[in-house]
Design a protein around this ligand. Structure first.
Ligand code: SF4
Length: 341
């Protein structure tokens, strides 16, 4: 829902100010499904708003639920027909994490990423970002559950769309909006240093994640073009400042790709890169979903890699692989939809 347009429309049609707050609560907190559900509004006003202000700007194209029922992946169509993805991951510990897209496509061109191969179409608006969360909030409401965490790790580079992402974070954090604590939100970047610095200055307590995937410049240059703009030394200086300013843990996402970045030497490079802040830096190893020519690391090498980090005192987790049977990795559902269209 476009709140700015709603506010203007209500003012122009002479509605009292409390109508905006009522509509906001119905959309962001009660997760109603449309103007018709807003029984506190007179019928005539509901009919008028149905014509003037779309309740949702995203339309569901497909929804896939994994065989273990722990992952729900959705493909949405925006008003201009572009498709974006969002994923709900239901953890055993009771957390429900929504992974949102911040752009349709992505310009960053990471070699291992399905989204990166298609290029950037456009930035999403804050409303389009927030609506991905609202969709899953409505879905979970039917099961007496709610969204507990939000990660900006779907399609796109959040810091390439900084202002809209920040507006989305503020709406999701707003006590009169979605009302989720900033500490329950994580923004993941491939390494845009100016964005890291700006976010640190916001003093929001949002978590930062770095899509790292290589711990030496030669390898990272070959996988992620952004590294040529902001090499590891510069990236780590910005991350160190972020950790110092927020005292929040920084996550380093590391996809393990067979024969590319999963050697013992690569693990040792990672120890060298992160070893100076064992308290706040944490590595999240991720099982790679095959895309194009790259293959996932075999299990024994994954375990060996993890052990090297552990032996050197680096905090490390291995991300449970969600939704492999429904193409849950970034950009895979949209790429498949495009192929089939
Ligand atoms: S990994 Fe992230 S930053 Fe890189 S191309 Fe894919 S969506 Fe863009």
């Amino acid at each position: 829902m476009n709140l700015g347009e709603l506010q203007r429309h209500l003012a122009q049609t002479g509605q009292p100010a409390f109508r905006l707050a009522q509509a906001k609560r119905a959309f962001y907190a009660e997760f109603l499904g449309g103007w018709d559900d807003l029984s506190t509004f007179p019928k005539q006003l509901r009919d008028d708003l149905k014509e003037a202000i779309p309740w949702d700007s995203l339309e569901l194209v497909t929804q896939a639920v994994s065989s273990r029922q722990d992952t729900v992946k959705v493909l949405f169509s925006c008003a201009d027909g572009l498709c974006i993805e969002a994923v709900l991951m239901r953890h055993e510990a009771g957390r429900n994490t929504v992974c949102v897209s911040s752009q349709a496509g992505c310009a960053m061109g990471c070699k291992f990423c399905a989204t990166g191969q298609g290029g950037l179409k456009r930035n999403l608006t804050a409303d389009e970002i927030v609506e991905q969360v609202i969709y899953f909030a409505r879905y979970l409401k039917t099961q007496d559950a709610h969204v507990t965490n939000i990660v900006f790790m779907g399609m796109g580079e959040p810091f390439s769309n900084y202002d809209e992402v920040l507006s989305a974070i503020k709406l999701l954090h707003d006590p009169e909006g979605f009302n989720l604590g900033a500490r329950h939100m994580t923004v993941s970047t491939c390494g845009l240093v100016p964005g890291i610095k700006k976010l640190a200055a916001e003093k929001l307590q949002v978590n930062l994640a770095i899509s790292l995937h290589a711990a030496n410049d030669a390898l990272r240059d070959s996988l992620m073009p952004v590294n040529k703009l902001f090499p590891l030394r510069e990236l780590m200086a910005a991350v160190d400042d972020y950790a110092a300013a927020t005292n929040r843990k920084v996550l380093f996402e590391y996809l393990l790709i067979d024969g590319v970045n999963d050697s013992d030497e690569a693990a040792e490079d990672l120890v060298k890169l992160l070893g100076h802040n064992r308290r706040l830096f944490q590595v999240n190893l991720i099982k790679y979903h095959q895309t194009g020519k790259f293959m996932p690391s075999p299990q024994d090498q994954r375990e060996r890699f993890m052990q090297i980090l552990r032996d050197n005192g680096i905090l490390v987790t291995f991300r449970v692989s969600f939704g492999e049977d429904i193409d849950a990795a970034c950009g895979q559902l949209a790429a498949r939809a495009k192929k089939n269209s």
